[in-house]
Design a protein around this ligand. Structure first.
Ligand code: B12
Length: 210
């Protein structure tokens, strides 16, 4: 546990974040563990924003510091053969948060999945198009805004009504998404981080043909 990194991220102390990431890397800490500390720091940034200690400029800055730190961490995007098949992911419409989605995409890719990233603010029609085109066994929907939970629910219902849910598992994730959100939206699984996503998808797609 690096409380130092969590606090440095929460305090937007860029120099401290970068030097602590460097130190953790040097002592052999796993990249995803370091990402976990940064993610925890980002949650505190979010709380400070809620409590009006931080404003939009600090949220923007937190994203910059996080992205810089992840570049320094590296090691997440070693490309491997795509052996588990296709995984479609996007951030639900009206939501433009993409840091977590990008981490999930990168980690899935480096674990042997072919990732089709639809980007942010993705309308239901685009998910449907992608499901028809790529025929994935699993798709992922990222969401960081509670105001968009209803959008996930609508999206999943429309996919189901179109008869596309039979051989498809739908994963959801993102900061405020929890089990209750999963139930509300009728998702198959809620994943709290990239490793959980990889583990679940390997279980589903382990023996799947490409
Ligand atoms: C950085 C940030 C921003 C940046 C985003 C930059 C970017 N390129 O993404 C900017 C400045 C753009 C931003 C904007 C806004 N934000 Co903002 N933001 C954040 C903040 C601080 C961090 C998010 C983050 O990147 N975390 C780090 C990543 C690594 O974590 P993660 O996303 O949770 O992802 C991990 C897991 O959840 C999971 N995962 C993620 N996605 C998926 C998908 C799948 C399929 C799976 C399986 C797993 C998975 O794996 C990831 C890796 O471990 C959060 C606070 C928080 N608690 O999250 C607020 C937060 C999400 N934002 C918030 C708000 C209110 C806004 C704005 C409305 C502010 C405004 N007034 O304009 C806008 C909305 C813009 C929009 N329409 O989308 C609120 C939402 C509150 C709510 N009730 O919904 C939060 C919670 C802050 C708060 N506590 O108030 N924000």
């Amino acid at each position: 546990m690096s409380k130092k990194l969590v606090d440095a991220m929460a305090n937007l102390d860029e120099d401290m974040v970068l030097s602590e990431v460097k130190r953790l890397k040097e002592v052999g800490t796993a990249p995803l563990e370091i990402i976990g500390y940064l993610q925890e720091g980002m949650s505190i940034v979010g709380k400070k924003f809620e409590e009006k200690e931080y404003f939009l400029s600090e949220l923007i800055m937190s994203a910059e510091v996080f992205n810089e730190a992840s570049q320094l961490i590296g090691g997440l995007d070693q490309s491997t053969d795509s052996k588990y098949g296709k995984f479609v992911i996007g951030t639900i419409y009206d939501d433009i948060h993409d840091i977590g989605k990008n981490i999930v995409s990168t980690v899935m890719r480096s674990n042997g999945f072919e990732v089709i990233d639809l980007g942010v603010d993705v309308p239901t029609s685009k998910y449907i198009e992608a499901i028809k085109k790529y025929k994935p066994k699993v798709i992922g929907i990222s969401c960081l805004l509670t105001t968009c939970f209803n959008n996930i629910r609508e999206c999943i219902k429309t996919i189901e009504d179109a008869g596309l849910r039979k051989d498809l598992k739908i994963l959801i994730g993102g900061g405020p998404v929890d089990e209750a959100t999963g139930k509300y939206a009728n998702a198959d699984m809620v994943c709290k981080d990239a490793q959980q996503t990889v583990d679940f998808c390997k279980e589903i797609m382990g023996g799947a043909a490409k």
